[in-house]
Design a protein around this ligand. Structure first.
Ligand code: B12
Length: 444
């Protein structure tokens, strides 16, 4: 069969004022340009587990009607989408099916809204798909498919210890500057707003570090100096495994970035190894400058609130080891009043935080947050998945009006990303780096 793999790509925001103001601000646009060029790792994994003998092609569409014409020559198209572009993906799927092409949809959104996706696809695959996808392809090739909905839970569970190398080779000829590699799936914490891989898998599983190394080596065979973004929810939950990961990354000489939590700062040896292995930045969800708003956010052990008091020091310790921190704040949490914007600014400058990411609280489908807001009648337009962008406000905040929240975000973005503020946040990092240039960070 001719199989087309279609990734919905690009970044999304709808708020016209933010588009005019916020997204043109230097800090936002810089990160936006960088991340917009990431390929779909999920589809590259599907390609790697596709049975032999099929012709696989990778495509991207950054909006409805941007799908390439060659896609219509496929026998089967696999579409991967998050919530923000689900409607655009459905429109493309409808057109493909009208043209006689069979369509399968999977990924984070379809996994929590399978019935909705079934109205636009021949097949919907729920959850991690390394076990289901090859069976669907085999059944289609043999002409005996007996179901439209394929739930990962009905098949053997995906063993991350045996995942193959993603088919990075399918990206040849495309001008990416960054690539994703996964070292683990899931997260032991359960924050009520999180719509990441915790939506696909309840368990937290780490891959063998030698496999991560093998994947990066494969990447290096077709791109000499790739910048690697680890597509993990939380990389350094297990510190010993994390240290081994860093040790294996050292000889590869690639710069890399990942998402983790403040506990990474508890271990000096790990911090030294991060630096030595060329970790350039860690992204950490600090979420709020006020402890009160973190209470109850993490549903298993109240992790975020418990670690709040040590968060500033943790960030400083990481940055002192020559690794920049991208501190993320969610604006519009229930305990946030109109003074939160000033508090975020003060917090970021006090540390000072090298990079800051601000987003609006977003009730993604399938999250405890969505269910709570729905039950409380606080969603402005339920099921408007296109507003799940992290920049658009689609709920009524508890202690502010919608307009106060939106204006507050603009106010804060203008200040945080002003040239003066960036200088005040970033210069101390470089001064420290210079002062420590002769010291033994490297000797872990
Ligand atoms: C890399 C990344 C991107 C890349 C994506 C490149 C691409 N086209 O895939 C870019 C930079 C483009 C991006 C954009 C956006 N992103 Co983003 N991104 C991520 C990130 C960091 C990693 C995702 C990843 O690679 N996971 C690993 C792969 C292996 O998992 P997977 O994709 O789920 O695939 C598995 C299964 O789902 C399934 N599967 C997936 N697709 C398909 C398709 C078929 C047919 C089948 C059978 C199976 C299948 O099989 C795979 C293997 O088991 C996550 C955060 C995180 N740490 O996870 C956020 C995340 C996915 N992004 C998010 C968001 C909000 C966005 C944006 C809306 C931001 C914005 N304002 O524009 C846009 C969305 C635009 C869009 N395309 O829809 C949210 C999505 C939440 C949600 N449920 O929708 C996340 C979870 C981050 C967060 N803060 O919550 N993002």
């Amino acid at each position: 069969m001719k199989i087309g793999l279609l990734a919905m790509s690009g970044l999304r925001a709808h708020d016209p004022d933010l588009l005019a103001l916020g997204l043109t601000l230097p800090g936002v646009i810089r990160r936006g340009e960088v991340v917009a060029s990431l390929p779909s790792l999920g589809l590259l994994y599907l390609a790697a587990v596709t049975p032999e003998g099929h012709d696989l092609r990778y495509y991207e569409a950054d909006r409805d009607r941007a799908e390439p014409a060659e896609l219509y020559d496929s026998d089967l198209v696999a579409i991967s989408t998050f919530s923000a572009q689900a409607f655009e993906a459905y429109a493309i799927a409808d057109r493909l099916r009208a043209a006689g092409v069979r369509v399968a949809i999977g990924g984070l959104h379809a996994s929590v809204e399978p019935d909705e996706a079934l109205a636009h696809a021949d097949f919907v695959l729920v959850g991690e798909a390394e076990e289901t996808w090859p069976r669907l392809v085999e059944a289609l090739a043999a002409g005996n498919v007996d179901r439209r909905l394929w739930r990962a839970g009905d098949f053997p569970s995906v063993d991350v210890r045996t995942l193959p190398v993603p088919r990075y080779d399918l990206l040849a000829g495309r001008a990416y500057n960054r690539f994703t590699v996964q070292t683990s799936r899931g997260c032991p914490w359960r924050c009520d707003f999180c719509a990441s891989t915790v939506m696909l898998t309840k368990s937290y599983r780490k891959r063998p570090v030698e496999h991560v190394r093998r994947d990066i080596e494969a990447l290096k065979r077709f791109r000499k100096r790739p910048f690697v973004e680890l597509a993990d929810d939380n990389t350094f939950v297990d510190k010993d495994w994390g240290k081994e990961l860093c040790r294996q990354l050292i000889p590869l000489g690639v710069n890399w970035f990942t998402e983790t939590d403040v506990s990474v700062a508890d271990d000096d040896e790990l911090l030294r190894l991060l630096r030595r292995s060329r970790c350039r930045q860690v992204l950490i969800g600090l979420e709020s400058p006020e402890q009160e708003s973190l209470e109850g956010m993490e549903l298993h052990a109240n992790f975020k609130a418990r670690r709040w008091a040590t968060a500033k020091d943790a960030v400083r310790r990481i940055q002192d080891h020559g690794i920049t921190v991208n501190g993320c704040f969610i604006l519009g949490l229930d305990a946030h009043g109109p003074d939160v914007f000033e508090h975020v600014l003060e917090f970021a400058l006090e540390i000072p935080l090298y990079e800051v990411q601000i987003t609006v609280l977003t009730p993604f489908p399938g999250t405890p947050l969505y269910e709570r807001f729905l039950a409380e009648g606080r969603l402005i337009e339920p099921r408007r998945w296109d507003l799940c962008t992290l920049f658009d406000v689609n709920y009524r905040p508890a202690r502010m009006t919608v307009d106060e929240l939106r204006r507050g975000v603009y106010w804060l973005a203008e200040r945080l990303y002003s040239a003066d503020c960036i200088e005040r946040r970033q210069r101390p990092f470089f001064e420290r780096l210079w002062a420590n240039r002769e010291t033994a960070w490297g000797e872990a």
